[in-house]
Design a protein around this ligand. Structure first.
Ligand code: ADP
Ligand code: MG
Length: 392
C-alpha cells in the first residue's frame, strides 16, 4: 500500500502507462516498508472520529490512513462538511466534546499521541507540531497584542527569558514579511492577511517539524490567498517543516502540494501525487471536483458541478457513500463498500478499479486541468498589499 510519497521513477515515464493489477489495501495492514530517506514523521492508522450526539453519532472521520514524510507538503481537499477539520483536529489532539477519537492511532515521531493528556502534549504541541486555524480572528485573543500572545505560547512551552522571547517574536514576524513594529498591535489593527501571517509566525516560534493548516487562506481574497500560499511554500522549503494543508479549493493547492488526499464523507477516497492526480484523476468524485473549478489561463470550459449533496454522516448510505451522486455508479456500489485499492501508484476507493484501470474509463477521463502558474511574488513587507487591506 502506498500511503507515503513515492520517489519519481527514474525513466520519468507516465506511471499509469502500465497495467499492473491493483492490490487491495486489506484492512488491518499496518506496517509500511520504508527506508530512512523515506522516513515518515506521522503515521495515521484507521483513525475514526465521531461526534456523539443525542440521536447517536456522526462519523466525521472514518478509518483514515495517512503517512507524512519529513518536509512533505500534503494537501487535503474535499467539499465543506466532509471531515477535513475534524481529521486535522483528530491528528493534532485538539478535539473537544462532543467529538472524540473512537478508533485508530496517530503516531508522531514514533510515539502514539492519540489519547495523551494536555499535560503530556505540552512538550510536543507548538514545539514539534503546530496548528494554524482557519480564522485568525477567532484563534487570536482580541484583547492581547501579538507580542503578548507569542509571550504566552513561549512561557507555556519553554523557559525562554523575556528578552529571548521578544527577539524570537521579532524573528518570526520578519519570516512572514511583517515589520516587527506590529508586535505591539492588537489583532483588529491588522489586515486579514497580516493576521493569518501572524498566526503562521506563531506556529513557527519553535520551528516545528510539522505545521497543520486548516484553510488558512480561505478568509482572504484571491490575490492575498496566492501571495500567502507562495510565502508558506517558501518558508516550508527554507525551514524544512512538513505541512498538512486543508482546503476546499483544488486550484489553490495545485502548485504547492507534493501529494493530495481527497476526502469524501469522512473517508479518503483518493491519495496520490498531486501532478498525477490532476492529470489523470481516478475517483469519479476527484474527477467531479476537477471539473468544478475554472482555469485562469486555460481555454474557456463549461464548468460542471457535482449534482446532489454529500450524505448525512449520521446516516451514511450502504455501500459507497458517493454512489447516489456518482455518474458511473454500478449496481454493486450501493451495497459493497469499496476498499482502498492500490492502482498504479495511487490509492483509490472505488469499485471501478477492482480489476485494474478500465480502458474505457481512461478514454473518458476529463481533459487534464491545467495547473495554474504561480503569480509574481509580492515584494517583502507587502503583507498589507493588494487585497489584504480588508479585514475578513
Ligand atoms: P470540513 O472541515 O470538511 O468542512 P468538518 O470536519 O468541520 O468538515 O465536519 C465534518 C462533519 O462533522 C460535518 O458534516 C458535520 O456533520 C459534523 N460535525 C461537525 N461538528 C459537529 C458537531 N459539533 N456536532 C455534530 N456534528 C458535527
Ligand atoms: Mg473545516
Amino acid at each position: 500500500m502506498r500511503l507515503r510519497r513515492q520517489k519519481p521513477d527514474s525513466a520519468g515515464t507516465n506511471r499509469r502507462g502500465g497495467h499492473t493489477e491493483p492490490d487491495v489495501f486489506a484492512d488491518g495492514v499496518h506496517d509500511l516498508p520504508g527506508s530512512s530517506a523515506d522516513e515518515a514523521i506521522l503515521e495515521v492508522r484507521k483513525l475514526s472520529v465521531a461526534y456523539v450526539i443525542d440521536a447517536g453519532f456522526v462519523m466525521a472521520v472514518d478509518r483514515v490512513d495517512l503517512d507524512l514524510g519529513r518536509g512533505e507538503f500534503l494537501g487535503v481537499v474535499g467539499e465543506s462538511g466532509c471531515g477535513k477539520s475534524t481529521l486535522l483536529f483528530g491528528i493534532a489532539q485538539l478535539l473537544s466534546p462532543p467529538a472524540r477519537i473512537v478508533g485508530g492511532s496517530v503516531n508522531f515521531h514514533g510515539k502514539e499521541i492519540a489519547g495523551l493528556s494536555d499535560k503530556q502534549l505540552r512538550h510536543i504541541r507548538w514545539r514539534e507540531y503546530s496548528v494554524v486555524m482557519q480564522s485568525a480572528m477567532n484563534a487570536l485573543n482580541p484583547v492581547k497584542t501579538v507580542a503578548g500572545q507569542m509571550r504566552d505560547v513561549c512561557k507555556a512551552h519553554s523557559d525562554m527569558s523575556d528578552d529571548e522571547i521578544r527577539q524570537r517574536s521579532e524573528e518570526v514576524l520578519r519570516l512572514v514579511s511583517i515589520d516587527p513594529v506590529h508586535l505591539d498591535s492588537y489583532p483588529h489593527q491588522l489586515s486579514g492577511g497580516m493576521r493569518q501571517r501572524s498566526m503562521i509566525a506563531m506556529a513557527l516560534l519553535f520551528t516545528p517539524d510539522l505545521v497543520i493548516m486548516d484553510e488558512p487562506t480561505s478568509a482572504l481574497d484571491v490575490v492575498a490567498q496566492r501571495s500567502l500560499m507562495v510565502q508558506i511554500k517558501e518558508l516550508q522549503e527554507r525551514l524544512g517543516f512538513a505541512v498538512i494543508f486543508v482546503t476546499h479549493d483544488m486550484s489553490l493547492i495545485s502548485n504547492f502540494s507534493d501529494r493530495l488526499a481527497v476526502m469524501y464523507a469522512g473517508q479518503i477516497v483518493e491519495l496520490g501525487d498531486t501532478r498525477q492526480l490532476f492529470d489523470s484523476p481516478l475517483h469519479p468524485y476527484t474527477q467531479g471536483l476537477l471539473e468544478a473549478f475554472p482555469s485562469i489561463r486555460g481555454p474557456k470550459r463549461h464548468l460542471l458541478g457535482i449534482p446532489g449533496q454529500p450524505p448525512d454522516l449520521a446516516k451514511p448510505p450502504p455501500g459507497c457513500p458517493f454512489a447516489p451522486r456518482c455518474p458511473q455508479v454500478m449496481a454493486k456500489c450501493t451495497t459493497i463498500e469499496p476498499p482502498l485499492l492500490d492502482v498504479q501508484e495511487d490509492l483509490v476507493r472505488c469499485l471501478l478499479y477492482e480489476n485494474g484501470p478500465p480502458e474505457a474509463l481512461a478514454a473518458n477521463a476529463p481533459t487534464p486541468v491545467e495547473i495554474q502558474e504561480l503569480p509574481e511574488r509580492l515584494p517583502a513587507g507587502s503583507a498589507a498589499g493588494p487585497g489584504e487591506g480588508t479585514s475578513q
